[in-house]
Design a protein around this ligand. Structure first.
Ligand code: BDR
Ligand code: CA
Length: 310
């Protein structure tokens, strides 16, 4: 199985992604590291602990990470998207478990050093922990198998601003470091995630499975649907952000990609803009593999199958 470390800010779509990952025998989840984003760090860490417990995988370590961006404090405006608790205002009971006694960045460094060449990092939130891990031990750039991240928008508008996607916007400096490092980055951004629509019919069909997973999704969903309605005028459908990253890990052949160096604007009105330098005019930064197309039907079929397993 592919060893995957998921860095996450759960998060409604993070929850879908994590449950999909736990239901995929092709992946070995070596840990969850948490970051602020969809809610404050305390909530994101508690939610990650709840998810390993729901998945009956209390053996999977959870390491709590950054509570704020590296450089500037971006305003957190995720509550209308994911609820006050990050889980669609489900206000679940407190988790039983505790995070491990090291920070997310330390946990990332340790895990990568112990498994050279084997770890795929799957960031689903702001990239703060990943950038901090790189600063703590720059050697990890050469030892990570791949960084497959949900974030950015290279060919479509942003979601948190006209140009910026939320994960990148919440820590643009961190994102710039991650895209600037010499390691293989796959960008699963709005270019593909907004093209995969989970519809009311898709959810109805999933909820029929009536498992502890689908019951949680059913409880969380109204807040997420409400945001997609208010912001995009969608009627019960939602975009498939974080789960698309897990889909890429399972079936990269579902995606069309381009090799483009990506730069991140860190200040001003365009902070968080991911700029694809198609003609290499800004120097020879190692290109990222940018997802630009996806077989949405195939992806939804895979997610349907994985989310209904228990
Ligand atoms: C990203 O932002 C968060 O709201 C989601 O969890 C996802 O990771 C989409 O822009
Ligand atoms: Ca997320």
């Amino acid at each position: 199985a592919k060893k995957v470390l998921i860095d996450t800010d759960p998060g409604i779509d993070d929850t879908m992604a994590i449950l999909t990952a736990f239901n995929s025998p092709e992946l070995e989840i070596v840990g969850l590291t948490t970051v602020f984003g969809n809610s404050v760090i305390e909530n994101c860490t508690a939610n990650a602990l709840r998810l390993v417990e729901l998945a009956r995988r209390p053996d999977v370590p959870v390491a709590s990470g950054a509570g704020r961006p590296m450089v500037v404090d971006a305003e957190l405006i995720a509550a209308p998207v994911h609820g006050e608790d990050g889980m669609g205002n489900t206000h679940l009971p407190a988790p039983q478990g505790q995070p491990v006694g090291m920070s997310a960045a330390e946990f990332i460094v340790k895990t990568v050093l112990e498994n050279p060449g084997e770890i795929t990092l799957a960031p689903l939130g702001p990239l703060t922990n990943i950038a901090l891990a790189l600063m703590l031990e720059p050697k990890i750039a050469g030892l990570v198998k791949e960084v497959v991240l949900m974030g950015g928008a290279a060919t479509v508008p942003g979601n948190i601003s006209p140009v910026a996607e939320a994960n990148i916007f919440h820590d643009a400096h961190a994102a710039e470091r991650v895209f600037g490092a010499d390691w293989p980055v796959v960008m699963v951004g709005l270019d593909v995630t907004t093209r995969v629509m989970m519809t009311p019919a898709f959810f109805d069909s999933i909820f029929k499975a009536d498992t502890p997973y689908t019951r949680l999704l059913q409880k969380m969903l109204p807040v997420y649907q409400g945001f997609h309605h208010d912001f995009y005028g969608m009627n019960g459908s939602v975009h498939t952000h974080d789960p698309s990253t897990i889909t890429y890990l399972l079936r990269p052949d579902f995606f069309q990609t381009e090799e483009w160096p990506v730069h991140v604007e860190t200040s001003g009105r365009c902070a968080g803009f991911t700029i694809a330098d198609r003609a290499r005019q800004w120097g020879d930064r190692r290109p990222a593999r940018v997802c630009v197309g996806v077989d949405a039907v195939a992806e939804l079929g895979l997610l349907h199958e994985r989310l209904t397993r228990y």
